[in-house]
Design a protein around this ligand. Structure first.
Ligand code: GDG
Length: 472
């Protein structure tokens, strides 16, 4: 029987060292939820890094056995590999380039060498598990070379690849010294998926211009195979967020927050710390809102949750400082004894607290400079049981292609952002409900389960077609 293997940089469980033992914490991320029923099915598995540096062979064996029991296979990485492959090439070269922040990208040969070596390491672990007819679904920018490496070793495997971040225009890709190798690495897949048609078009254009391969109708013709490229906008587990918002824990949190905020209106912003998310620009826009519309003083507060992320990379530490400074300055200038303009949290909150914040907020401010999709926008929508609330959404988030009923803005246009915040705060309730209902119907239907089903079906279909053509 053929099996399905999911591969991503991180496993859906995080292994951590505590004082005298190891803890195994399942991830609550959207991908883990969406692919849960696939990798846990009989014979299937998920391959990835468990997030821990093992100390010796005995510990490695113990971690392997524990994860095995829950259908996971670890790829153990060293501290040097994480530094050069993950923080280096993945997060300091590919991440900024693919998000149109080329000026922040570094081009280190040693990082590239580590990236190749770690993709090879992943390849070895997958090959130990994969039979000749298995289906392998690889995720994200840390593993761009893996499809071709696997193809070389297992010519008949069914290989899918999904990119969770944007695929940028050819002009950015061509800057990378290793651009052709990266594209060729991806072409080992049978199906390559992106969040939007825009990313897909950029990819096809890069393949045509850099590799000279013919591309038409979402297909790439190589001398040996036809590769399918398509858009699969990722969704969320809608019911999970709706249920979390309705839970008694979330209701209790909500009451405590509401009592503390009295009747102040709430604008909410939630992100991982990242320069792509437009956090500093958003703060400047909020500052300008207070300057331009003094009637909102003591009437509206920004609740800003920033989740610590990648703090080993220098740019992230600098961004954290910039945010701290901006929040300090704005609060110092405008706050009164009874009113705090910005409530800033630099930490991660449990799901129920997150859901109660989504529910509490009148306005969600999702204004990234670039974002593959952005799931926060969809989670806000799922938590709005009473359909009141306004989403302000950047036109440069993948989610904007679907959520046309949000207030769509250009995140670098501070004036537009200020006016959008003002408009959202004064939007009549019936208009809020109309917009929210339309977005809820969409987010509920195209949830993360529909997303993974669609991808898997398309992958199976692509392979079947290839097979039919080969035997015709
Ligand atoms: C990448 C792409 C694409 C945040 N704070 C807390 C918390 N979160 C959760 C949110 C949401 C997730 O983190 C963030 O997802 P995003 O989609 O917004 O962004 P990235 O992490 O950058 O993800 C992105 C995504 O992959 C999927 O393809 O959409 O474009 O960059 O789910 O809820 N969760 C909890 N506490 C927090 O404090 N529990």
């Amino acid at each position: 029987m053929s099996q399905t293997i999911i591969v991503s940089n991180r496993l859906p469980t995080k292994v951590q060292r505590t004082a005298d033992s190891l803890s195994f914490q399942p991830s609550e991320g959207g991908l883990a939820t969406g692919l849960g029923s696939i990798y846990r099915a009989e014979g299937n598995m998920w391959v990835g890094w468990p997030g821990l540096f093992v100390e010796d062979a005995a510990e490695e064996q113990y971690v392997t056995e524990q994860l095995r029991a829950d259908s996971m296979v670890p790829v153990f990485l060293t501290e040097a590999e994480i530094r050069d492959y993950y923080e280096g090439f993945s997060n300091s070269t590919l991440w900024p380039t693919f998000h149109y922040f080329s000026q922040l990208a570094t081009y280190e040969q040693s990082h590239w060498d580590a990236y190749v070596a770690v993709n090879e390491k992943f390849c070895r672990v997958v090959l130990e598990q994969a039979g000749p007819d298995d289906t392998i679904w690889i995720h994200d920018y840390q593993l761009l070379l893996l499809p071709e490496m696997l193809r070389q070793a297992r010519p008949d495997c069914t290989i899918g690849f999904f990119l969770h971040i944007p695929f940028p225009s050819y002009e950015l890709i061509r800057v990378l010294p290793w651009r052709a190798e990266l594209l060729r690495g991806l072409l080992g897949a049978d199906l390559i998926g992106f969040h939007t048609f825009g990313y897909m078009r950029h990819f096809l254009s890069a393949v045509a211009q850099l590799l000279g391969l013919p591309t038409q109708n979402g297909q790439i013709e190589t001398p040996t195979r036809t590769i399918r490229v398509d858009a699969f906008p990722m969704g969320i587990d809608y019911e999970r967020y709706a249920r979390a918002a309705a839970s008694s824990a979330a209701q209790e949190h909500g009451q405590v927050y509401r009592a503390a905020l009295r009747d102040t209106r709430v604008i909410l912003s939630i992100d991982r710390l990242d320069y792509t998310k437009g956090i500093a620009q958003r703060l400047r826009a909020f500052e300008l809102l207070l300057l331009r519309y003094p009637e909102w003083h003591e009437q509206v507060s920004l609740i800003m949750l920033v989740v610590p992320s990648r703090d080993q990379v220098a740019q992230y530490a600098a961004l954290k400082e910039e945010i701290d400074e901006l929040v300090g300055r704005i609060n110092a200038q405008y706050r009164t004894i009874g009113w705090n303009p910005i409530h800033y949290f630099y930490r991660s909150l449990p799901l129920e607290e997150l859901a109660s914040l989504y529910q509490l907020a009148e306005v969600a401010l999702v204004t990234p400079m670039r974002d593959g999709m952005n799931l926060v926008a969809k989670e806000f929508i799922a938590c709005k049981a009473d359909q009141r609330g306004v989403l302000i959404l950047s036109e440069r988030a993948g989610a904007a292609r679907e959520l046309a009923d949000a207030l769509i803005i250009n995140p670098t246009d501070t004036n537009q952002l200020v006016e959008a915040m003002h408009d959202a705060l004064v939007m009549p309730e019936d208009e809020q409900i109309q917009r929210m209902a339309a977005m809820q119907a969409l987010v509920k239907r195209y949830n993360v389960f529909a997303w993974s089903r669609l991808f898997m079906n398309q992958l199976a279909y692509t392979k079947m077609k290839q097979h039919m053509l080969a035997t015709a």
